[in-house]
Write a protein that binds this ligand. Structure first.
Ligand code: F6P
Length: 542
């Protein structure tokens, strides 16, 4: 572990000095003076063309950033993760989502046991189950085949499955209905089962811990909904499956552990979409496509592990994020997929990135004196352009953007796809080069409108261009961000794999809930604001 404070490292200091020299450089001039810039700052690997030339960097910047990564022990840290070392310090756990997509003949040991056979045993069990549902041979309690699959989970037990289902809808069985319940808001459950026949509905209760309040509350409601219609406890075994690390809690809940698909404490919730948590995905797209998804992940795992940092896409992504967060003071990061099927990808990424690197102390508990994880947000293109891009183009904040686009559409209709992709390239171009006062004057723009129509440019973006959205390319894209998060966490010296920040609110909600429900509680002992809110709520509920 690197004990030296990040900002005391000579590599950091070199970057600080370098920043002072280059901070005013404009991409317009950097492109004008270097006809090879696009080739210099782009990587072709694993079927991805990654163009990072429209960034406020030069060769020296990248050399210094890579020196920082090396001095931070990133190469060793990558090996530590892949080989099953307990790198999640605060929970004393290995971090092995990469083992979930490792081939059958791989060997990764945790506490002296090779976990790969277990991983593949669960994948095989999932495959059998998914095939039964898809073939209609898994029958509900009254003998009807299952037509509706409702995944109940939250956080990593929801966002990955929803994102993957939406992303791969074109590969999914259209005659099956997939719904997802996450929120404890009863509306979510109400709408998820609206119009469904309980006799044809399978609930998948997805929870690593099987204790999460939202999921357990929704699962109990689902149980009642099912029993109301089917009137027999025995029905539960036909209509419920569980995805969890906690066999005891699953069986206490009344779900037959034969219908339980296991995973392990070394799979973080936000890194679990290709574990048993992906059962709904496998039912939707089929086991063969699920295997292709895993292959996509695996190809980027190999790339991250073996490519030199200069040619390593997740490492470069991570370094660019650090360059803007810590030297330019950027707070945000926009992820902009130009593919409607990726509409839930930004939401998925929010948990992956912000729950991982939204930390203010180092692995050994020191308060950081530098910026860490950015605020991720995004919308599919071109919708975002007609919403928040104004701020990115002309606002006072620097927001680096990741554009994700595909050469081939999944539905070729008229000019749509070329128009869509023209917008990707145009946006990246506009952000980088802007529009000057001189250009506007040459166009005879009205003088009083010139300040409003001027685009400063010099706003950074990367473009990821892939051939087509497939299960495999989805796996690649997700793995790129997973590894970017890891690399940033190492350099920022964070534990990217715990999430203590979610605890306090859960504990306080546990105290407040009975105060809302029980009219007899005489005195509220919170601050005056919370007391008043509770009192007003109780008054309005009467
Ligand atoms: O509260 C945060 C969190 O622990 C996430 O990290 C996790 O993905 C989510 O809750 C759901 O947890 P579980 O799968 O154990 O229900």
């Amino acid at each position: 572990m690197n004990k030296k404070n990040l900002t005391d490292m000579p590599e950091w200091k070199a970057l600080e000095a370098h920043y002072e020299k280059v901070k005013e450089l404009h991409m317009r001039d950097m492109f004008a003076s270097d006809s090879e810039r696009a080739a210099r700052f782009s990587i072709k690997a694993e079927g991805i063309y990654f163009d990072y030339s429209k960034h406020r960097i030069n060769e020296e910047t990248m050399r210094l950033l890579i020196a920082l990564a090396k001095a931070s022990g990133l190469q060793e840290a990558i090996e530590d993760m892949f080989s099953g070392k307990k790198i999640n310090n605060t929970e004393n756990r290995a971090v092995l989502h990469t083992a979930l997509r490792a081939p059958k003949d791989a060997a990764v040991n945790v506490d002296g046991v090779n976990v790969i056979p277990e991983v593949h045993a669960v994948l095989d069990k999932m495959e059998k189950f998914a095939n039964k549902i898809r073939e209609g041979s898994w029958k509900g309690f009254t003998g009807h085949p299952i037509k509706n699959i409702v995944n109940i989970g939250i956080g990593g037990s929801d966002l990955g499955p929803v994102m993957a289902y939406e992303a791969l809808k074109d590969y999914s069985r259209r005659d099956l209905t997939f719904r997802f319940v996450s929120n404890i808001d009863s509306t979510d459950f109400f709408e998820a089962v609206e119009g469904l026949n309980p006799e044809e509905t399978l609930f998948i209760v997805a929870s690593k811990t099987f204790t999460t309040l939202e999921t357990m509350t929704n699962a109990k409601t689902a149980r009642e909904w099912c029993l109301n219609a089917l009137k027999d406890e025995k029905a539960i075994a036909f209509h419920f499956a569980a995805l969890s690390t906690n066999a005891k809690a699953v069986s206490d809940f009344g779900i037959d552990t034969a219908n339980m698909f296991a995973f392990w404490d070394w799979v973080g919730g936000r890194y679990s979409m290709e574990s048993a948590i992906g059962l709904s995905t496998m039912i939707a797209i089929g086991p063969d496509n699920f295997k292709k998804l895993l292959e996509g992940f695996r190809s980027i795992d190999n790339h991250y592990r073996t490519a030199p940092f200069e040619k390593n896409i997740p490492v470069i992504m991570a370094l660019l994020g650090i360059w803007y967060a810590d030297f330019y003071g950027a707070q945000g990061m926009a992820v902009l997929p130009y593919e409607q099927y990726l509409k839930r990808f930004p939401a998925y990424l929010q948990q992956l990135t912000m729950e991982s690197n939204g930390k203010g102390v180092t692995r050994d508990g020191r308060k950081v004196n530098y910026e860490t994880g950015a605020i991720y947000f995004g919308e599919p293109g071109t919708n975002g352009q007609h919403s928040f891009y104004q701020l990115i183009h002309q606002g006072t904040k620097l927001i680096p953007c990741d554009f994700i686009g595909f050469a081939k559409p999944l539905h070729a209709i008229g000019r749509h796809h070329d128009l869509l992709m023209a917008n990707v390239f145009a946006q990246a171009e506009a952000l980088a080069f802007g529009k000057t006062k001189e250009q506007l004057e040459a166009e005879n723009e009205k003088p009083d409108l010139i300040p409003h129509k001027t685009f400063e440019g010099n706003r950074p973006s990367s473009v990821f261009l892939l051939e087509k959205l497939t299960p495999e390319t989805l796996g690649k894209i997700v793995a790129l961000y997973e590894h970017c998060v890891h690399a940033q966490g190492i350099i920022w010296q964070l534990d990217s794999f715990d999430q203590w920040g979610v605890q306090l609110g859960k504990i306080l909600a546990g105290k407040i809930a009975p105060e809302l429900e029980n009219k007899e509680i005489p005195e509220l002992r919170h601050d005056s604001s919370t007391n008043s809110l509770i009192a007003e709520y109780r008054r309005m509920r009467k």
